[in-house]
Design a protein around this ligand. Structure first.
Ligand code: M3P
Ligand code: FE
Length: 314
């Protein structure tokens, strides 16, 4: 066991006050720390480490990096050798480079997205604690997201030039970081072009996903909710707070997740995602969606793709 789960996402935002208000009031996160560079750190009520989201001031939206937590500090040395052996340059960032966080192994995926792996982050505990806890705390705000669940990264895919960063990333995540593939979309004349993949290290259907597009970027970060009812309530919260909704509550065929997509004030897409979907086991057969079932894979109810959904991203 080395990579355990997604640890945090670091996002660029253009208006820090508006962004903090969004993540606090709509998602229900709490600010746990700010640093001298103006970065703000937040966590969800059911998370025990100091932060799962870092907001950094910028003149544009987008992703700085995604980070995964590994089980032991020594895993970082083993993984550094494996990543380098795969032909990818790495850097070991010293402890404290990010506050309350141990050393981090930094590198870029074949798609160009920056990834960081770390083993240590300051433990602060969940809002209900570990001693005879209640099922939820009294001070829940907004959607009351439990935890940061997954990220979906857009990767360059160009059938004309043969560039397929979805396939390259997927191979890397499986061969080097020991992720397993749960679902994929295969298209093209002979149905072999891998244009989207869902991969896991935990027992949920995905911890990271890659979808092909004209350029690399961030499609969304997703937060976990318990149930369909919580998804509908989160839509109410979005209406009340005038949050821009991208896709109204529906279900994914892929992963079986119940979902709603919306934007933070800078235009970074968020998702609230409910339900386990299924228990993802390492020996589970890979689910494949073909080109003619793409629509229902993504939006199961209508079975239709929404063009802006894959065209608009940061
Ligand atoms: C999810 C998910 C796209 C599909 C998205 C699916 C961008 O977000 O959580 O399964 O096509
Ligand atoms: Fe998602």
């Amino acid at each position: 066991m080395s990579v355990m789960r997604m640890g945090h996402a670091s996002l660029k935002v253009m208006d820090m006050a508006a962004a903090v208000k969004h993540y606090e009031n709509v998602l229900g996160m709490k600010t746990t720390m700010q640093d001298k560079h103006g970065n703000v750190y937040l966590k969800c009520w059911d998370e025990w480490d100091k932060y799962s989201l870092v907001l950094t001031p910028s003149d544009q939206a987008g992703l700085n990096h995604v980070a995964f937590k590994v089980e032991k500090d020594e895993n970082l040395d083993t993984l550094q050798k494996r990543v380098e052996a795969a032909g990818i340059a790495t850097q070991m960032l010293a402890e404290g480079e990010m506050p309350s966080t141990g050393r981090m192994l930094q590198f870029n995926l074949p798609s160009g997205h920056e990834v960081r792996l770390y083993a240590m982050k300051e433990y602060v505990g969940t809002e209900v604690g570990t001693s005879n806890p209640d099922p939820w705390p009294d001070n829940i705000k907004g959607a009351g997201a439990h935890w940061l669940d997954h990220a979906l990264l857009m990767c360059e895919v160009n059938p004309e030039t043969g560039v397929n960063k979805v396939a390259e990333n997927t191979r890397f995540m499986m061969d080097v970081l020991d992720f397993f593939l749960t679902e994929q979309i295969l298209v093209g004349p002979d149905g072999t072009m891998q244009v989207a993949t869902w991969l896991a290290r935990t027992t949920t259907p995905h911890d990271i996903a890659f979808v092909g597009g004209p350029r690399m970027g961030l499609h969304h970060i997703a937060f976990f909710l318990d149930s369909w009812n919580d998804i509908l309530k989160s839509a109410d919260v979005m209406a009340k707070t005038k949050t821009r909704i991208d896709v109204a509550p529906t279900r994914h065929g892929i992963t079986r997740g119940e979902t709603i997509y919306f934007f933070d004030p800078s235009g970074n897409r968020n998702e609230t995602f409910a339900g386990l979907g299924y228990l993802a086991q390492r020996d589970r057969p890979v689910t494949t969606w073909d080109e003619s079932h793409l629509g229902s894979g993504i939006f199961y109810h209508t079975g239709e793709m929404v063009p802006s959904f894959t065209e608009v991203y940061t």
